[in-house]
Design a protein around this ligand. Structure first.
Ligand code: AMP
Length: 538
């Protein structure tokens, strides 16, 4: 785990013999710090505010005592006894796997309620009654609105990765869900960070919680060998291919900073006959699951991914991590390379930098407290990092750009390499910036319009009905609506104005028209590109 020795044993924590057996079968010899601190407190029935990241063993920290508590008692149809909210489907699925692993010696039932999967199967499970419900907020609300679930019997609530929920704009949904639960309950609230907004939520959801903080992994495991290659931007792919070919790569995560580049690199590797899959949030859920499944089973050796899509995904025995881009935030470097070298196994992490990445590499080396050894790759010129953005060296992004046909624009270097080149932060270089949704979560910032980042947004069909929309059952029957539509469009035509359309909305009880409703030719849907602000440079 994080290298921190804990003298306590699982047997000291008050767990039953069945759970101790499951823990032993999982191969764990001693509890991690979060487990040692959280398990006894949860067993006492107290609320917990846990500040811990993935990788600390927090899932077992709440799953084990929950199984212990739920072992006594039975569930009723459509009335789950406990609820775990996770921000993404992958994380929810991972929690469900944990329940199977630790609950194998118990007869508890669980349901995983996430988007992108058959609703009827999920409904059938709920109808039978479940002890543990693991859900993403959108699908859960949808089920609730359809009358498929009652939350009045929930005795334990877990909110996992709260800061990520905030980052993804799910907090209004979470607040709504919490409002549907009994006031008297036990709440376990986990977040990697505890900024003001997270604290506000914790104050609202928890009662006299025990606060448990475990240190973020700020140093990379000593079992990971790290290397850094500094090359021209245009040589990065060749560098990566070369290293993969000469290394004994059993399986590897390959991280890009932007999801757009994930796809480009994935296609490039595929073209070069590597067995590779990709993972980013713009992909449909079945494709995401398929890619992950292939990588987990070993069918695909390489997974190209973005930080956001791959965050929290737990795969053991990963032999390599490649940073195709140097992460902007140093902590991301630690998280990325922490995918390898787990549980005492050795791992190798390669980072491919361009000279311009100097200050990011320095930030990483400061955080991990060591200088990453530089390597040269055969056939690719090795360069130096540039620390001062004003003094660009050879190979900086502005020093030499690939021409349109992808080849180097030879001779361009001297022309462009100027001392006056504006510092990085003054240049707009939009295409070089990490998109808003891929930046490290700043929890004190509510995302624009409280929306989830596009790549992680829940597809329309899984979203809870909009609150400003009249509930389905309150709306006029379809037939009537159609008649009203015909009538009103006639009215509108007769008047030669759009008043008919407004009346139609009013008559349906939908309320005030928004600018979206006002769009002609798009029905109720206004494509996002129509709403985007465009700045025209004079
Ligand atoms: P989590 O932080 O819950 O995502 O857990 C990260 C990884 O640590 C998972 O692969 C767990 O199986 C593993 N793990 C959890 N508890 C322990 C433990 N006590 N000893 C060793 N590994 C553990």
């Amino acid at each position: 785990m994080d290298g921190c020795k804990n003298p306590m044993s699982f047997a000291d924590l008050g767990l039953s013999p069945e759970l101790l057996l499951a823990v032993e079968q999982a191969g764990y010899t001693e509890p991690t710090p979060i487990q040692a601190q959280a398990i006894p407190v949860v067993l006492m029935g107290r609320d917990v505010l846990g500040c811990a990241q993935t990788g600390t063993g927090k899932t077992a920290g709440f799953t084990l005592p929950m199984i212990e508590i739920l072992a006594a008692g039975r569930s009723k149809a459509r009335m789950p006894r406990s609820l775990i909210l996770a921000p993404t489907r992958e994380l929810a699925a991972q929690v469900a796997e944990n329940f199977d692993k630790y609950g194998k010696n118990h007869k508890l039932t669980k349901a995983l309620i996430i988007g992108g999967e058959s609703m009827s199967d999920q409904i059938a499970l709920l109808d039978r009654g479940v002890d543990v419900l693991i859900a993403t907020p959108g699908r859960l609300l949808d089920m609730f609105e359809r009358g498929r679930i009652l939350l009045t019997d929930v005795k334990i609530l877990v909110i996992d990765e709260a800061d990520r929920m905030l980052d993804m704009g799910f907090i209004p949904d979470v607040e709504r869900i919490v409002g549907l639960l009994p006031k008297i309950r036990q709440t376990l609230f986990f977040s990697a960070t505890l900024g003001p907004e997270i604290r506000r939520l914790a104050d609202a959801f928890l009662m006299n919680p025990k606060e448990i903080t475990v240190a973020a992994p700020s140093s990379a495991a000593t079992t990971i060998e790290q290397f850094l290659a500094v090359v021209e931007e245009i040589d990065k792919r060749e560098t990566l291919r070369h290293i993969i070919r000469v290394e004994d790569v059993k399986n590897a995560f390959i991280f890009c900073n932007r999801k757009r580049d994930v796809d480009v690199l994935f296609r490039s590797l595929k073209k070069h006959h590597f067995d590779v899959v990709q993972l980013h949030g713009d992909m449909a859920q079945p494709a995401r699951m398929e890619a992950l499944g292939k990588f987990k089973s070993g069918e695909a050796r390489l997974l190209v991914c973005s930080d956001v899509a791959a965050r929290g995904i737990d795969i053991k025995a990963v032999s390599h991590v490649f940073n195709f881009d140097v992460p902007i935030h140093s902590e991301d470097y630690v998280h990325r390379i922490g995918r390898t070298g787990r549980a005492g196994q050795t791992g190798r992490a390669y980072t491919i930098a361009t000279p311009d990445d100097g200050r990011f590499v320095v930030g990483i080396e400061k955080l991990i407290g060591t200088v990453i050894p530089r390597i040269a790759v055969e056939g690719v010129p090795a360069l130096d990092l540039v620390m001062d953005p004003k003094r660009r060296g050879r190979g900086g992004k502005t020093a030499e750009r690939p021409s349109r046909d992808g080849r180097k624009a030879r001779g361009a270097r001297d022309e462009v390499r100027t001392e006056e080149a504006p510092p990085r932060e003054d240049r707009p270089a939009r295409e070089e910036r990490v998109p808003r949704e891929e930046r490290a979560p700043r929890e004190d910032r509510v995302p624009r319009e409280d929306r989830a980042p596009r790549e992680d947004r829940v597809p329309r069909e899984e979203r809870a009905p909009r609150e400003d929309r009249a509930p389905r059952e309150d709306r006029a029957p379809r037939e009537d609506r159609r008649n009203a539509k015909d009538r009103d469009s006639r009215k509108g035509r007769d008047r030669g104005e759009r008043g008919g359309r407004r009346e139609r909305f009013d008559s349906l009880g939908i309320g005030e028209m928004t600018h979206r409703d006002d769009a002609i030719g798009f029905g109720d849907h206004m494509p996002d590109f129509m709403l985007r602000t465009v700045t025209v440079k004079g």
